[in-house]
Design a protein around this ligand. Structure first.
Ligand code: FES
Length: 152
């Protein structure tokens, strides 16, 4: 089947029920979506499908066919400059092991598009509902996320 990933059409072989995450990592060679829990609990595998944040470990391939799939690799510009959400996280040093960060960034970009005037309560609720992170950078993650969401 065909997938459009980060603007490129990819031919994927395999069962249409295969998780999108596996196709992105194994067939497309993209390393930003991570396998964490594999059960829709941790959010490490979050990517965009038509701009919506989706846990790709739970999304079968068929659900992404003929849609625009975007991973963190697709957020930065073609010239290589970082996306504003990446810049905010770099500025705040909002990374420890980094495993969950790509998924969090994808959620934040989708959140900003969906809720341009998102409050800090909405931000906290969104992250609490969609992401698990066990490192010690929650304060910096929230500061970077808030800065990104408040920027014009
Ligand atoms: Fe998909 Fe945890 S790996 S939600």
């Amino acid at each position: 089947m065909k997938l459009k990933v980060n603007g490129q059409v990819r031919q994927i072989r395999g069962d249409s029920k295969t998780p999108l995450l596996y196709a992105l990592r194994d067939d497309c060679g993209l390393s930003s979506p991570k396998f964490g829990c594999g059960a829709g609990q941790c959010g490490a595998c979050t990517v965009h499908v038509d701009g919506r944040a989706v846990q790709s470990c739970q999304a079968p391939l068929w659900s992404a066919e003929d849609r625009e799939v975007t991973t963190l690799e697709g957020l930065a510009s073609a010239e290589g400059s970082l996306h504003p959400v990446q810049e905010a996280f770099a500025r705040h040093g909002a990374i420890q092991c980094g495993y969950c960060i790509p998924g969090i960034l994808m959620t934040l970009v989708a959140l900003k598009a969906r809720e341009p005037h998102c409050t800090s309560e909405q931000l906290r609720a969104e992250l609490a509902e969609r992401h698990l992170c066990r490192c010690g950078t929650h304060t910096r993650i929230l500061a970077a996320a808030q800065e990104f969401l408040e920027a014009p």
